[in-house]
Design a protein around this ligand. Structure first.
Ligand code: 5AD
Ligand code: SF4
Length: 487
């Protein structure tokens, strides 16, 4: 009987997609995926390190696996962003020496090889790559949804926001070749995909060099990367400041906006989304693409992080409030119906009451459709960890609550404007809260729940999931809309 595996994913959509790829690799190898860890022979924990609570949840979940590991034939593998931090590896070695395989963000495609090695040698493996210039191409992915897919367009981040661990865990920016992305999307569309979500830490700095140009002489510096057929050359043109020499390029590259135009031409594809954008390099060209490309959804996630110029500067965000307002104005004048969401951090070191009020005023002025709000969390090894003016927890929480109130009031008001409208909704599956309803997303990424009375629920599911249908909005809430199918 074939072995079974289960993956627990913490964190962002990049991690979700990494897990889809690992699942694809293991299924290709003949393993079977199970929904419950209790039925699995292999458990993989794909970790996130962006905030402290994700760290804590990982160690809590790992601890619960120990008895099971001791009692039987059960492999435990851990991977993802946390593994790129030496203190985490030290903790694993000291307190969790029973973990079978530890690997990082740069070598997840080697999982099948690592599993073979552990089975053959009955040993434990820790294999972390510091960074890599190579991008593994043509990896299989076991998608969560039939009709929508996550597509990596670039990896890593060069921005070094002072609070953020990502540049240390995901390495320097590397863009995939446009041809590789287009080929992947065409294959996805042939497989029934209607909507793609382009992923990168900072998609606006995508620089895609073509695969077969003369000036594309890549240097592969990674000593670990010698034997895997999945490798192709990466497209980073940045000189690395972490000691890893990067691939050099010259000549013409495809910008992010140009990539969107190319993807917009793919027949059968209905919707293109992307995340995340950094306001510092959101180009006029991309804003124009929103107006020109019918498949590009009229929705943008544009993290502002703070409303005070002083805080933005200390965060190393490289834009100010005025620049951000300018972008919002341009976006809304090019595409009046665009919906906008953001990320905001509360309680960054040195944030005064006046700074925080500037964040509140920015939120009230921009009027976001939705916002993810975070309490600042100290990350070991980041510049902000050393800032001496850390904010007491109770002040952070008090500000956080005020911000959430402001954000929710606006979301509720914005959603109420949808009452009575007819929206095109791409149906995703059963509603989370109502077993007799289906849910889907509007072009602007609003979640819509709608009931399907009359025919049986299964028939409706089969008929509607993956299709775009007209829904009349009959009710509005803070985080979702309700509607009915327009006959
Ligand atoms: N503390 C709190 N929030 C953080 N984020 C990133 N690092 C931290 C941190 N140290 C938030 C930012 C980012 C989102 C993905 O996570 O808002 O946009
Ligand atoms: Fe982190 Fe800033 Fe890079 Fe986003 S842009 S991943 S917040 S360093």
């Amino acid at each position: 009987m074939s072995k079974t595996f289960h993956i627990t994913t913490f964190g962002c959509q990049m991690n979700e997609h990494d897990s889809e790829i690992m699942a694809g690799l293991l299924i290709e190898k003949g393993l079977k995926r199970v929904d419950d860890v209790r039925d699995a022979d292999i458990e993989i924990l794909n970790t996130c390190s962006v905030r402290e609570n994700a760290d804590k949840r990982f160690f809590g979940t790992l601890g619960q696996l120990k008895n099971r590991h001791e009692n039987g034939d059960f492999l435990v593998c851990v991977c993802g962003c946390m593994m790129q931090q030496q203190p985490v590896i030290d903790t694993l070695k000291a307190k969790y020496p029973w973990v079978d395989i530890v690997f990082g963000t740069h070598n997840l495609h080697t999982l099948p090889i690592l599993l073979d090695k552990v089975s053959a040698e009955k040993s434990k493996i820790i294999d972390i790559w510091p960074d890599t210039d190579v991008i593994a191409e043509d990896l299989p992915a076991e998608r969560l949804f039939k009709h929508k897919a996550l597509v990596n367009i670039m990896f890593g981040c060069n921005n070094f926001c002072t609070y953020c661990i990502v540049p240390y865990t995901r390495g320097r920016e590397k863009s995939r070749a446009p041809e590789a992305i287009i080929k992947e999307v065409e294959a996805l569309v042939a497989d029934g995909v209607k909507e793609i979500m382009l992923l990168g830490q900072n998609v606006n700095s995508y620089k895609g060099y073509s695969e077969n140009t003369d000036n594309n002489s890549n240097i592969n510096n990674n000593s670990n990367s010698n034997s895997n057929s999945y490798y192709s050359d990466a497209n980073s043109d940045e000189l690395d400041d972490s000691g890893v020499e990067s691939t050099m390029h010259s000549g013409k590259y495809t910008s992010f906006a140009e990539l969107i135009y190319k993807l917009n031409d793919i027949e059968g594809l209905e919707r293109i989304r992307f995340m995340t954008s950094h306001p510092k390099d959101l180009s006029d060209e991309l804003i124009q693409a929103f107006a020109d490309c019918d498949k590009l959804c009229k929705n943008i996630h544009l993290p502002v992080q703070a409303g005070s110029d002083r805080v933005l500067k200390r965060m190393n965000r490289v834009y100010n409030r005025e620049h951000y307002f300018g972008l919002i104005k341009k976006l809304r004048s090019a595409v009046p119906e665009i919906t906008i969401s953001t990320d905001i951090i509360v309680g960054f070191p040195g944030e005064t009451e006046e700074d925080f009020e500037e964040t509140l005023s920015l939120v009230n002025e921009v009027e976001y459709d939705s916002a993810f709000t975070f309490l600042y969390s100290v990350r070991q090894g980041t510049p902000a960890e050393k800032y001496e003016d850390q904010i007491p927890e109770e002040i952070k929480h008090e500000r956080f609550n005020r911000l959430v109130d402001a954000v929710n009031t606006i979301s509720e008001r914005k959603n109420s404007e949808y009452m009575g409208r007819i929206e095109k909704v791409l149906v995703e599956g059963p509603s989370r809260n109502n077993p007799f309803a289906l849910s889907g997303r509007t072009d602007g990424f609003k979640l819509v729940n709608f009931s399907v009375e009359g025919t049986s629920f299964e028939t409706c599911m089969d008929k509607l999931v993956g299709r775009t249908i007209d829904i009349e909005i009959t009710g509005t809430k803070t985080f979702s809309l309700e509607g009915r199918i327009v006959e």
